[in-house]
Design a protein around this ligand. Sequence first.
Ligand code: UDX
Length: 434
Amino acid sequence: MRIAVIGTGYVGLTTGTCLAEMGHQVTCIDNDPEKLAKLRRNVSPIFEPGLQELITRNAGAGRLSFDDRIGPAVKDSEVIFICVNTPRKSDGHADLRYVEGVARQIAEHLCGEYKVIVDKCTVPVRTAEKVRQTILRYGADETRFDVVSNPEFLKEGTAVQDTMAPDRIVIGADTAPARLKMMEVYRPLVEKTGAPVKMVSVRSAELIKHGANTFLAAKISFANLIAHACEEAGADALEVLEAIGLDERIGGHFLCPGIGFGGSCFPKDIAAFGKTLETLGIDGMFVEAIEKINKQAIERFLRKIEKELWILDGKAIGVLGLAFKPCTDDIRNAPALKVIDRLKAEGAVISAYDPEAMENTRKAVPEIVYCADAYQVAAGAEALVVCTDWEEFKHLDLARVKNLMRTPIVFDGRNVFNPEEMRGLGFKYFGVGR
Ligand code: UDX
């Protein structure tokens, strides 16, 4: 099939590349000249495991190309995916201006055969209806088209794997031709992986995405609530949560306490869902509680640091991990940045290391010292603060770390280390909920 993918962020580039890998003829469109220049050399502008190989292979095979013009790709394609960002407005609503802008451009070029326009980005319920109205308003062409919702469930760091071997494929389509076209898009993947397809209404699909993200964020905030209770009561949150998660109805995934969730999706999607509830006339208290606990998680952590170290002014503090989670270079809404901001404001002298996210962080926070590895961060440090649970931190030579530090104090915001082992080695150790 001939497919256009508009927007080459994490979602668009992964989706477009994976659709090409399924055998489709894909054009990815972006209006950012810097990104496009890289893509035209078949270089991925983002770090995402497996993505570069797929880009190289599919571009090489002539199935994947990149362009900055929407017109030709829309004219030539049977299916057009909208994958632009839907950032958070200051009032919490999703900002849909890019979706609307793309819908208007699609409208100008819609001609020929029946086409399916697919909303892939996370949007509030009933956005597809607005996209349809926009296309009708600005297109006024006789081309028949349908707007479909096909939410993505990809996680950064495993985006390719999540797309090529999904837990489920959700297709929200209200007409038979749209359903058929979407089944055609995913047939190669369904035949290969047996992934279940949930064919639902457009509105249901839109709600599934916001609902799923809200539930996942709720699990994290629940874990952080239990961690707080454990700290106050003198219990161990990991023991408690592991046992809770063994109940099949609950499940053990996404029950790790820490310094809260960040990233490009959860914070904005949860806020947008709260606003959607408000629009629907429903009390948003559930969403508010998730957000409140998430903020408290990082605040409690900072208070622990301030309480133990007392005066931060002039203290050498090492930060391990900058990305909002492991296996990505993404620092959007990364808890580490909030920690650094606060420590800096108190006058701490900060050095940091992250296996992938240092280039991005350097642009945002140029005034701290960036180190070549965790040991360099530890050298002379009066405390270490772990903000991301990178696998490599789990394999550090802790005795060496301790010897390098001036005062061996560790604040572990992701429970990377074992408290007993740390204390046994002579560290003063603070985990979350332990
Ligand atoms: C998320 C959703 O998982 C994905 O389905 C959706 O499409 C986009 O948003 P992503 O933003 O890549 O994906 O990150 P995710 O792996 O979900 O982690 C989000 C944050 O929660 C990270 O900061 C992570 O460190 C934190 N987290 C996760 C916890 O604090 N505890 C956990 O148990 C799990």
